[in-house]
Design a protein. Structure first.
Length: 173
């Protein structure tokens, strides 16, 4: 039997989530929390990198949160750029994983505001925006170091780029 990727999609954005990963994540979550509260606890390393996920699609934000928890990160979510800034001040993330096109404040505006409070915060954009050339010009004007990923993104590529960003290898696209 061939397993096809599980895809979380809404409007024009989606995340490819291999079925094997989805099954393992659900089993892990259920075994640790039989009541099914949806939170996977991992054996805590001395310091878990902190990632703030900002996406106006709640399904994508939840899948990313679960996936990043599985990979060993401490994660918080925000539903728009303004909430992302507020959460960042309190949570102090090592990395912002943000959609570009969000209400109230877009990903760039949120990233710039967060960088004012947390200059060392790494930035990874995960977006379905197709007008990338105009956006990257705007990002370069702000001299913002970032990694850009287009939706849909594979879990392996997302994991690789997050590790690169956290290691300090974020470069403009």
């Amino acid at each position: 039997m061939e397993l096809r990727p599980f895809v979380v999609a809404s409007r024009n954005s989606e995340i490819i989530f291999p079925v094997q990963d989805a099954i393992a994540l659900m089993q892990r979550t259920e075994s640790r929390h039989p009541q099914g509260n949806g939170t996977a606890l991992l054996d805590a390393p001395t310091h878990k990198p902190r990632i703030l996920v900002a996406d106006d699609n709640p399904d994508i934000a939840k899948v990313l949160q679960l996936l990043l928890h599985q990979w060993g990160y401490e994660v918080r979510t925000a539903c728009d750029g303004m909430e992302a800034e507020d959460r960042a001040v309190e949570f102090k993330p090592d990395l912002l994983l943000a959609d570009y096109d969000m209400p109230r404040r877009n990903g760039l505006q949120a990233a710039l505001a967060i960088r004012r409070h947390l200059p060392g915060c790494r930035i990874v954009f995960l977006s379905g925006v197709t007008e990338l050339h105009a956006i990257t010009d705007e990002l370069r004007e702000e001299r913002l170091q970032f990694i850009w990923l287009n939706k849909p993104v594979s879990c392996s590529l997302l994991q690789e780029k997050l590790q690169q960003a956290l290691a300090g290898a974020a470069v403009s696209h």
